[in-house]
Design a protein around this ligand. Sequence first.
Ligand SMILES: [Zn+2]
Ligand SMILES: [Zn+2]
Length: 347
Amino acid sequence: MRAAVLRGRGELVVEEWPIPAIGSGELLLRLRGCGLCGSDIAKVAAADLPPSAADAPVGRADAPVVLGHEVVGEVVHVGPGVAGFTGGDRVVAAHHVPCGTCHFCRRDSSSMCRAFKASNLDPGGFSQYVRLPGPNVRHATFRIPDHLSDEEASFVEPLACCLRAMRRGRITAGDTVVVAGLGSIGLLFIQLVARAGATAVGLDPLPDRAGRARALGAHAVTGPEAATGLARDLTDGRGADQVIVTGGGAAVLPWAAATVRDGATIHFFAGGAGALPIDLDQLYRRELTVMTTYSSSPAELAAAFELIAARKIAVAGLVTHRVSLERLAEAIELVRRRQALKVYVTA
Ligand SMILES: [Zn+2]
Ligand SMILES: [Zn+2]
């Protein structure tokens, strides 16, 4: 079969890869499509860097590897003992599954579970066929209802990660939340914030992206100072209850600290290089929380699937580019240059 193989830093090559053999409890999918995630792009940029390298993000990939984890496929082989799926089913599947019983899992840190980190699709979504291991079949695979398109279904995993962030960040009705970065993830957050009964303020330098947030009912501006000012205006001068940072890395932190109220949370939803440029005394005196959210759990995947199946979150318009495996590298450049909002890759 063909797969887009990451051979080294920035080097994606479409080449032959063996079709995985499946065992009991497993499924083989023929790929219908796979969303391109910001984390895939970060891994392409950092493959093969030693973990100590200054710009090596957590989760770097060891080449050769096939990335892609927002997978939609058709079941073509069903392993012995699989219940609930048959050949021809259209399904959406995610890559990581926690054990559910370890110390991390019992404390709601399931994305830090060792089994979670070791689990994966085989080889990955940017290939013609994908093997789903047993735990993924049981806990991270959903049959797609007829009314839902492949592209809509591909948002289950990214939306699940956003749901986890909403829960961890404890956004509640009456809050004012600034979402920095209005890529596809930011536009999911805008909708979740509104669903929580909170006021969303979107920030993105691209007017088209700010316009998309406005069309979803949010306030949205194109400049950081305007976002800070608007957050103050909406909160009697206090500042935002939370800033969710979907991109931009550590450099965003001083602005975020100036935009939140005392006692608020700055939520990093994206990785990125650099030490935190903020005075510890300010964190302490203002009782600020800097938090992160990494990936999602099976319960959050199920909740995301329900929301998308019920069309309670608008995802259909987010895909701006559809490419074949051969054009994946090109599409990554478009996302880097912020010309593509969301890319959907087909085999
Ligand atoms: Zn993703
Ligand atoms: Zn565990």
